[in-house]
Write a protein that binds this ligand. Structure first.
Ligand SMILES: [Fe+2]
Ligand SMILES: [Fe+2]
Length: 325
């Protein structure tokens, strides 16, 4: 049997407990929060006052942090790219309404609230050049992404495990910085988004844990392969008007490093946490190639740690077209 067929079989095995997984990792639609639960209600007499409040806090917000918030929003808004990629994975069958298709739909539907909430907030903030932000989003969707998982569910779920942890960290950090600045609304928004990301991370980590149980050698090799290629962020093709594909990403990620919203250290910490979570050190019964993959993975955090000490983050702020002058 070829590798793809084994992967399909593993996906079918996991699919058997999908009802339980959906119940455990996704929330009932009519009970989960919606953006309107958090944002000012335009039917309320206090609406204008509440917008003034948002605008006051936005005007005071640290420049880099505000740019990171916009970049995070655009990343969330590129959700159609992520959904179409997951739907195309081996083992997902869109004609079959159950199983993996339902997972991808349910996950997408929950994620959709993130970009929705953040972009409405930014529209009200009075500090965003909305057209610039929208064109960046348009470009990012049009450019897609290249995360090098191909259609492989093992690699894809390793990627999403990593990515949901990364977004959990970054939204949580924005929340705590906003809280420190007295911006309770933004703190609340990013806090609840972060907790969705944490729940989604648990789901994907669980999928991978199960894959390790059924097909340990191939899971190990997939994990190694993803880490060798490095986990690229979903917005790595980010650009602004007149810019080239991917040109803006470095500035966005430098701003995230300067504000400590997402750093090289976080990348290493996530890797370490996944190595622990999946018990990489003690996985039994793997073939020689997988043993080599494990050796690579176990040595990687220290290697990255040494490299990270040499990374210099430019101290100078970049002027983002997104931010209204
Ligand atoms: Fe999200
Ligand atoms: Fe997410």
């Amino acid at each position: 049997m070829n590798l793809n067929n084994i992967r399909k079989e593993v996906m079918q095995t996991l699919e058997k407990s999908m009802d339980e997984l959906l119940g455990k990792y996704l929330k009932p639609i009519e009970e989960i929060w919606q953006p309107s639960d958090i944002l000012p209600d335009s039917n309320s007499p206090d609406f204008i006052e509440e917008i003034r409040d948002i605008q006051g806090h936005s005007a005071e917000m640290n420049y880099d942090l505000f740019a990171v918030l916009i970049g995070d929003t655009i990343t969330e808004e590129a959700l159609p790219t992520y959904e179409s990629w997951l739907m195309d994975m081996d083992g997902v069958n869109q004609e079959n309404k159950n199983g993996w298709t339902q997972w991808v739909r349910g996950w997408t539907a929950e994620e959709n609230r993130h970009g929705d909430l953040l972009s409405k907030y930014l529209y009200l903030s009075g500090r965003v050049n909305m057209r610039e932000m929208e064109v960046s989003t348009h470009h990012l969707l049009n450019d897609g992404f290249d995360i090098q998982t191909a259609r492989d569910p093992y690699k894809s779920f390793i990627y999403t495990s990593f990515q949901e942890l990364a977004t959990n960290i970054s939204h949580r950090r924005v929340a705590s910085l906003a809280k420190k600045a007295g911006n309770t609304l933004l703190a609340k928004m990013c806090g609840i988004i972060a907790s969705d990301e944490a729940r989604h991370a648990s789901a994907y980590k669980n999928f991978v844990k199960n894959i390790f149980e059924i097909d340990p050698s191939e899971a190990m090799i997939a994990f190694e392969d993803m880490m060798r290629k490095k986990i690229v962020m979903p917005a790595h093709f980010l650009r602004e008007t007149g810019g080239r594909i991917g040109e803006l990403f470095k500035h966005f990620s430098d701003a995230a490093q300067r504000t400590m919203v997402y750093t090289t250290q976080d990348y290493i910490d996530i890797l370490n946490s996944l190595i622990k979570e999946w018990n990489i050190e003690n996985i039994k019964g793997i073939n020689e190639k997988a043993e080599e993959a494990r050796d690579y993975l176990m040595a990687l955090p220290n290697r990255l740690q040494r490299l990270s000490e040499r990374v210099k983050i430019p101290g100078k702020q970049f002027q983002f077209k997104w931010i209204a002058s």
